[in-house]
Ligand binder design. Structure first.
Ligand SMILES: [Zn+2]
Length: 305
């Protein structure tokens, strides 16, 4: 018999990159890790005390001495008896990102590590783009015979309808939209007829939901896997840094609607706090799976161990 205590089975390695929820297996797979970004480039007007306090609690995510964040770019794989799904697609390889030197013409081993986990790209049924930013769509495509083609050639690519409409509108007037990612990572999926644009909320497979989380972009989705006894909530860019747990009002420079971003973050944290919902974070270094708990006037993250 399954009890609450054994539903979450901690299985794998010291990196805590896998959890099992009932019959679902969830892996974290990062495209890039340990990327140092100046804190002010992510959060302008950041009070030094907020950085310092968070650095003591989350030392792998914040380098207070350097006034910098350590960012990770995580994808998640969900395998259930019904489907194999990838949530978010990192930065990709060989992409021209002239205004983002760290992302420019990368040659990472994401696909090799995916295969080492036992998954071939052609096995995927679903690829979710939570939103159309360059660091979430890169592995949508690979260069084959001089053309960008879908990496996951048998998958339906799921995207919030608002995201796709807004992205197409921008691309009409700016061929370099999304630092070039619309042209090389989104447009080829449209051309191949692989996108399914959905209105939110939407159950895209049994127990797998896209839910609205606007503010970072206007159409961004979080992803919820509904388990028998608990949910896993994939937060996308609703929260960029652990600093935003203690200080949920802190909003990244990349959020198009800061007030809406704040409201979404407060709503999600309030809904998760003190529950058995497991959250999975996009830009946090490991450990990435944990629970939200109330702490003082804000929240904190308790990793699953
Ligand atoms: Zn983003």
């Amino acid at each position: 018999m399954q009890t609450a205590a054994n539903v979450v089975t901690k299985l794998m390695d010291a990196n805590r990159d896998r959890i099992d929820i009932g019959s679902a297996v969830i892996h974290r797979l990062a495209d890039m890790e340990d990327v140092t970004w100046p804190a002010a480039a992510v959060f302008r007007d950041l009070p030094p005390s907020v950085l310092q306090r968070a650095a003591e609690t989350y030392p792998t995510a914040i380098d207070a001495a350097a006034n910098a964040l350590k960012l990770t770019f995580n994808s998640y794989i969900i395998k259930t008896p019904d489907y194999l799904c990838l949530i978010d697609a990192g930065l990709g390889n060989n992409k021209e990102r002239l205004d983002r030197p760290l992302w420019h013409r990368r040659n990472g081993d994401f696909l090799e590590r995916l295969k080492a986990l036992g998954y071939a790209p052609e096995q995927f049924d679903i690829v979710i783009n939570t939103h159309l930013h360059a660091d979430h769509v890169g592995w949508n495509t690979v260069m084959t015979d001089g053309a960008w083609v879908p990496t996951f050639r048998n998958a339906r690519y799921i995207v919030p309808a608002i995201e796709l409409a807004n992205g197409e509108a921008r691309y009409q007037t700016d061929s370099n939209a999304l630092h070039g990612a619309f042209a090389d990572s989104v447009q080829p999926i449209i051309a191949a007829g692989r996108y399914r644009a959905v209105d939110l909320p939407c159950e895209i497979a049994p127990g797998l939901w896209l839910e609205p989380a606007p503010g970072h972009t206007l159409g961004m989705a979080t992803v919820r896997l509904r388990g028998e006894s608990r949910d896993v909530l994939f937060l996308a860019d609703a929260i960029h840094s652990p600093m935003q747990l203690a200080t949920p009002d802190l909003t990244s420079n990349f959020c198009v609607d800061p007030a809406q971003s704040r409201a979404t973050r407060h709503r999600l944290l309030d809904a998760c706090a003190g529950t058995n919902t497991i959250v999975a974070t996009y830009h946090f270094p490991p450990p990435v799976f944990g629970h939200i708990v109330r702490s003082g006037s804000g929240y904190s993250f308790e990793p699953i161990t």
